[in-house]
Design a protein around this ligand. Structure first.
Ligand SMILES: C[S@@+](CC[C@H](N)C(=O)[O-])C[C@H]1O[C@@H](n2cnc3c(N)ncnc32)[C@H](O)[C@@H]1O
Ligand code: SF4
Length: 464
């Protein structure tokens, strides 16, 4: 069997809807009957861990215009008064949350994501940051990061962010090919991006991340190859190369994309392969499923030592800790429960104005969820599972506990048979080829998946 045929067969077998596992259980399992009382008791428990630092995420959802590929939770508006009200509410939420954590105020990670956080003026960004500073203190090595859209971010904003203490910037790029950019309605030149990256370096930002997407309409290996060269010339510390999550039934604006111009699964794999070759060739290390880190970056060292962690904010070297999300749609991970804030602005405002935490839904993880989450996260981070470590940590016999998962992984037409996974008595290893299908490997450990696979409409984007 030639390599090309083998790849085509693998795609036919594995390219199907599946979760991205930014959490396990996925958000589909969150329930509205998880109420404020349950969250309150988790916060009481969290507060007792006085010396453990927190991770905080703030969601700033506004953008002036929508990029047609966008799968994020955004609010499109040019009316600044809409955003002004939001900022006031968010600042109140910081206070409400801090009041529940009177003894636990140290923060090791603060991330502002969006939407486009730099939609806000420098004065507003500063006002929000001061609110966090009034309620919390940052550890000496805290990671303070923000997502910026180079099309709307000014040099003044960059200088302000640095002065406030941000050290990490994440730039949205996706692709520099003009044809792709026009099709997805996000026109952003290399020069514009380069100027802002140079400015950030001059201001002393120590980590620059660039986001790319493969699988967009009209992407070609020639065009994407040029984009990769341009990105390498910026020498970012980190690069995310996301598979385009095409979900028009969830995000109707994606229907405006020309479906016939979307690359097929084999073309998508070729685009990703090009990215892998470019970044590895330039000395970067692959981090988990879709990230790359420059060799001197701490993520690159962490991956060698298998100390990588992953949470809703992405890959990190910060040990797992309670994570709290602020703003609409934000997700927290606190004392064994996932919680999600109100997803609509009116609901969010109503809660905050009544002095309540704006919780909408959540899930308390049971023992089985915690065991499976551990396995899935380790596979997503390290492509390796130390079986005896999992047994020790959770008090299980791996082969018995996961007999169904192992049967799925090892049958005649299975990931092991296809050379994606190597299974020994002591370890499970995902092969270089298997990395492309890591979501499928993790799906074998997902207890909830069969229910969603039986549904008429897919709940997830495709795995390739
Ligand atoms: C909130 S956005 C980035 C910040 C800023 N709004 C910008 O666009 O520059 C976060 C990233 O999510 C990724 N993203 C958005 N929609 C996606 C989709 N449908 N599939 C895969 N990645 C997507 C993009 O790479 C984007 O840069
Ligand atoms: S990709 Fe960024 S700028 Fe574009 S709509 Fe999404 S969040 Fe807004």
């Amino acid at each position: 069997m030639s390599a090309a045929v083998a790849t085509a067969e693998l795609l036919a077998r594995y390219d199907r809807p599946g979760p991205r596992y930014t959490s396990y259980p996925t958000a589909l399992e969150f329930r509205t009957d998880f109420g404020e009382a349950e969250l309150a008791s988790r916060l009481v428990a969290a507060n007792r861990e006085r010396s453990a630092p927190l991770s905080l995420y703030a969601h700033l959802p506004f953008c002036e215009e929508r990029c047609l590929y966008c799968g994020c939770n955004v609010v499109i508006t040019k009316h600044r008064d809409v955003a002004a009200r939001y900022l006031d509410a968010l600042i109140r939420e910081v206070g409400l949350l801090a009041a529940r954590l009177p003894d636990r105020r140290q923060v090791a990670q603060l991330h502002w994501g969006g939407g486009t956080p730099t939609y806000f003026t420098t004065a507003d960004l500063e006002r929000l940051f001061r609110a966090f500073e009034r309620s919390f203190t940052f550890t000496d090595d805290a990671e303070i990061a923000i997502e910026v859209d180079p099309r709307v971010t000014t040099e003044r904003q960059i200088a302000t962010l640095r002065r406030l203490g941000f050290q990490r910037l994440s730039f949205g790029v996706q692709d520099f090919d003009p044809k792709v950019q026009e099709t997805v309605r996000r026109v952003q030149s290399y020069e514009q991006t380069r100027a802002l990256v140079d400015r950030a370096r001059a201001e002393g930002f120590r980590s620059i991340n660039v986001d790319l997407i493969y699988g967009l309409p009209h992407q070609s290996t020639a065009g994407f190859g040029r984009t990769l060269e341009q990105v390498l010339s910026l020498r970012p510390e980190r690069v995310a190369v996301y598979s385009f999550a095409y979900v028009p039934w969830i995000k109707p604006h994606m229907k405006k994309l020309p479906a016939e111009a979307l690359p097929g699964a084999a073309d998508k794999l070729a685009l990703f392969g090009l990215a892998v070759d470019s970044f590895l060739g330039a000395g970067y290390r692959q981090i988990g499923m879709d990230h790359f880190a420059a060799p001197e970056d701490e993520l690159a060292r962490a991956v060698e030592q298998r100390r990588l962690h992953r949470n809703f904010m992405g890959y990190t070297v910060q040990a797992a800790t309670d994570m709290l999300g602020l703003g609409i749609t934000a997700i927290g991970d606190v004392q064994g429960a996932f919680v999600q804030n109100a997803r609509k602005l009116p609901d969010y405002y109503a809660a905050i104005e009544a002095g309540h935490l704006p919780l909408e839904r959540g899930i308390a993880l049971d023992r089985d969820d915690l065991i499976r989450r551990d396995v899935i996260t380790r596979l997503m981070c390290n492509f390796h599972l130390d079986v005896s470590e999992v047994e020790r940590r959770h008090g299980i016999v791996f082969s018995e506990y996961f007999s169904e998962s192992l049967a799925e992984l090892t049958g005649p037409d299975s990931p092991v048979a296809h050379g994606l996974v190597e299974l020994g008595a002591a370890a499970l290893d995902v092969t270089a080829r298997g990395r492309l299908f890591i979501r499928n490997v993790c799906m074998a450990f997902d207890r909830y998946l069969p229910r969603h696979e039986a549904a008429a409409r897919p709940s997830f984007s495709r795995t390739v």
